[in-house]
Design a protein around this ligand. Structure first.
Ligand code: NAD
Length: 356
């Protein structure tokens, strides 16, 4: 029976990336019945919102979604559709594997890191107060001089329940994937209550895995330097939301950029797979951007569906095309378009390509 998967083309370069990714996934032979739903800046006029209710309804039903990037207007307008979706669907774990592929230009080789980012709390919880608003004035008064009277305010909630859940996810992931260790990353020396609580909760969970998976801790500033200097010392990193977001891009940089960095958002009742990169709107409709990150996100989706063999074949085909260096996009030093690179990956997956 075919798997039911929600497909969200997104906006900007999203539609062209999803079109190619869908073709590549179909070429694996895994039967998938796609339910296509629209979200993003292109549908605001039609639905009055960039996140129509039917998108969430579809994912609640299928419990698996593959999503193209979606633009978030900066500073004004709608809140991020991506953040809103993760909240609405309880997708509490953002998993971003960062792995080196031969042929991708990078200062580093043999990187194999996995970032596990808490997705629901922290400064991304959306509890913000505009400068001068009654709420921010109230908080300013209550802070007794610690906050400038004209400051805008964002609240950083961190709970033991959400932290234990994400750290447990990181440990289970590490064990399931045969990884070497888990590193919890915070700034607990400065934010004693929020990051301090994250650290306490992480230690509590780590104790339950003692003897099964090594555990260590780092401060976020030191972690940034260590990742640049000695990335080989690290394996699975678990972080609160904001640090996780930033470190994900840093690690994408270690493996050659956003074009090759996939991602998954996982909850207890659903999973959404998407590239780390955004909608790259300046390249919209140009058949130019690299489909690898989105295709590797689809590979994570196949693993999630239990199709490990198809996922392995898909990754091998991507690696082969990148290593050959001919049918690759501009960011990998080639001149192929999005569609041409996708077609090459499909060819590399065919049995004839294997025996050649
Ligand atoms: P971006 O990732 O869209 O693009 C930054 C630059 O990276 C691009 O100009 C391009 O040079 C390069 N790039 C990105 N993807 C690439 C690819 N597949 N192949 C080759 N090069 C690629 O980041 P941005 O410009 O900061 O964000 C654009 C929009 O996307 C913003 O509105 C942002 O909020 C949104 N965004 C969405 C998501 C998501 O949907 N999950 C994630 C991040 C950003």
């Amino acid at each position: 029976m075919a798997y039911k998967v929600t497909l969200i083309p997104g906006d900007g370069t999203g539609p062209e990336l999803t079109e190619v990714t869908r073709a590549v996934v179909e070429a694996t032979g895994v039967p998938i019945q796609w339910e296509i739903v629209e979200a993003g800046s292109d549908v605001v006029e039609k639905y009055g919102t960039p996140l129509p209710e039917q998108v969430l309804e579809s994912i609640r039903k299928t419990q698996v979604a593959l999503k193209g990037p979606i633009t978030t207007p900066i500073g004004t307008g709608f809140r991020s559709v991506n953040v809103a979706m993760r909240h609405a669907l309880g997708l509490y774990a953002c998993v971003r594997p960062c792995k080196s592929y031969a042929g991708v230009k990078s200062r580093y080789r043999d990187i194999n890191l996995v970032i596990v980012r808490e997705n629901t709390e922290d400064l991304y919880a959306g509890v913000e107060f505009e400068a001068g608003s009654p709420h921010s004035k109230e908080i300013v008064a209550w802070s007794k001089g610690k906050i400038d009277e004209n400051a805008a305010i964002s609240i950083k909630p961190i709970s033991a329940a959400a932290t234990e859940r994400i750290v447990r996810y990181a440990f289970d992931y590490a064990i399931r994937h045969g990884r070497k260790k888990v590193t919890a990353v915070t700034k607990a020396n400065i934010m004693k209550f929020t990051d301090g609580l994250f650290l306490q909760a992480a230690r509590k969970v780590a104790a339950q895995y003692e003897g099964r998976m090594p555990y260590e801790e780092r401060l976020i500033d030191n972690m940034c330097m260590q990742l640049v200097q000695k990335p080989e010392l690290y394996d699975v990193l678990v972080l609160p939301n904001l640090y996780g977001d930033i470190i994900s891009d840093l690690c994408a940089g270690l493996v050659g950029g956003l074009g090759v960095a996939p991602g998954a958002n996982i909850g207890d009742h659903g999973a959404l797979f998407e590239a780390t990169h955004g909608s790259a709107p300046k390249y919209k409709g140009m058949n130019k951007v690299n489909p690898t990150a989105m295709i590797l996100s689809a590979k994570l989706m196949l693993e999630h569906l239990g199709e490990a063999e198809a996922a392995r074949r898909l990754e091998a085909a991507v690696a082969k095309v990148i290593a050959a260096g001919k049918d690759v996009t501009y960011d990998l030093g080639g001149s192929a378009g999005t569609r041409e690179m996708g077609a090459a990956i499909i060819r590399a997956m065919s049995p004839a390509a294997v025996t050649r």
